[in-house]
Design a protein around this ligand. Structure first.
Ligand SMILES: *Cc1c(COP(=O)(O)O)cnc(C)c1O
Length: 395
């Protein structure tokens, strides 16, 4: 019998459903823009919320470290890849996050799989929000624990599941603080209450909140004054901090446990010196320039208000992530392509990343965007929205 060509079939299926993905070759420009085949676009699909990826001070820090120490670590951290700057960076993170200690991972994805696969042991129960990031889901899958998925942000459902299940081990609650596709915020006050009442461990992923939310940019836990109630906080350098890498912070013993047990840290090469130096400098900038957070809020507000007023469907803005809800996958692709013709990158988010029938444009402003560029983008949204019949117009 002839073997089924599952690769061709899979790709053809994706093609048929309008779900086949491909890569674009681009180069970043200043001002929250990118260049594609020599043409500039306003980038409304980046997580570079503060524009730090192009910041002169960070470019300088990276260049200097590379010149002095080279471009690679040469080994894992536990062998000979633990550059002296790791210690400084980890001390800085611990102070920033108001925790005893912190440990750096090579990315947010690796932080979550390392933290969760090591922390969750056989016999443990883990309670996870249904819209948690893929890296959390994968980290849980790699563990031997029993998984309970609670309805999105539904603390009552979480508590019901906790009370109606039993396990010989510990119970762990894990959540994004800012959800990456809808930009809404986890009910952290309730989760903290439940943690106390049931003696659970609470793990939060502040990937989209770090550098953005809270007066000092420490995240949702800072904003709600709950930093003392979180057992493990994960954050990344790859979004608002403009660079690459991630961390987990918590009690010193716990951090030492990760160093000894988190396989995504033990079995991977240390970060390049330039990345570590950049991250140290980026934490400094987040503290030094609170006005960048204000600029981000102003730009987000400008976009959200204008799009809502012209008739697009957007939920109230809680964070810098604005989901413009469309519904049908083909419609969202049409809108995205129309905007592309107008020099705007606003990527469609479609199933399976989001549930069927909830395709949307996921729009993010940046502190780096100039007001006139955003005004031009708003006018383009109006033209494209009218053309596709999504809005009737008349602002
Ligand atoms: C982006 C993201 C990650 C992954 O971080 P990387 O540094 O890009 O690997 C993890 N968790 C959440 C909630 C994210 O949004």
């Amino acid at each position: 019998m002839k073997r089924r060509d599952f690769i061709k079939e899979t790709l053809a299926g994706l093609e048929r459903d309008g779900l086949r993905r491909n890569l674009q070759s681009l180069s970043p420009l200043a001002g929250g823009r990118i260049s594609l085949e020599g043409r500039p676009f306003l980038n409304l699909s980046s997580n570079d919320y503060l524009g730090l990826s192009q910041h002169e001070e960070l470019k300088e820090a990276a260049a200097e470290a590379a010149r002095r120490w080279g471009v690679g670590a040469g080994a894992s951290r536990l062998i000979t890849g633990n550059h002296q700057f790791y210690e400084l960076l980890e001390e800085k993170i611990a102070r920033f996050k108001r925790k005893e200690a912190a440990i750096v991972f090579s990315s947010g994805y690796m932080a979550n799989i390392g933290v969760l696969s090591s922390l969750i042991e056989r016999g443990d129960r883990v309670f996870s929000d249904e819209l948690n990031h893929a890296s959390i889901i994968d980290g849980i899958r790699m563990s031997r624990g029993q998984l309970f998925i609670y309805r999105h942000k539904d603390a009552d459902h979480l508590e019901y599941l906790l009370e109606n299940s039993s396990g010989v081990g510990k119970a762990i609650i894990v959540t994004d603080t800012v959800f990456s596709m809808d930009g809404d915020v986890a009910p952290l006050e309730r989760l903290v209450e439940i943690r106390r009442k049931h003696g659970c461990l609470l793990v939060v992923d502040e990937a989209h909140a770090t550098g953005v939310i809270g007066e000092h940019g420490r995240g949702v836990a800072e904003y709600l004054n709950l930093e003392g109630e979180i057992d493990v906080t994960v954050g990344t350098f790859s979004k608002a901090l403009g660079s690459y890498g991630a961390f987990a912070a918590g009690k010193r013993d716990l951090i030492d446990f990760f160093l000894n047990r988190a396989r995504s840290l033990i079995y991977t090469t240390g970060l390049p010196p330039a990345v570590i130096a950049t991250n140290i400098a980026a934490l400094g900038l987040v503290e030094k320039y609170p006005d960048l957070r204000q600029k981000l809020r102003d730009n987000t507000h400008l976009l959200h208000k204008a799009l809502q007023e012209m008739g697009f469907r957007l939920p109230p803005a809680e964070t810098a992530i604005l989901p413009l809800m469309v519904g049908e996958t083909t419609k969202v692709i049409e809108l995205s392509e129309g905007l592309f013709q107008e020099g705007i990158i606003a990527k469609p988010i479609r199933p399976p990343t989001v549930p069927e029938g909830t395709a949307r444009l996921r729009i993010t402003a940046s502190a780096a965007h100039r007001r006139e560029d955003l005004e031009a983008a708003i006018a383009a949204f109006e033209r494209c929205g009218k053309k596709s019949g999504m809005i009737t117009g008349g602002r």
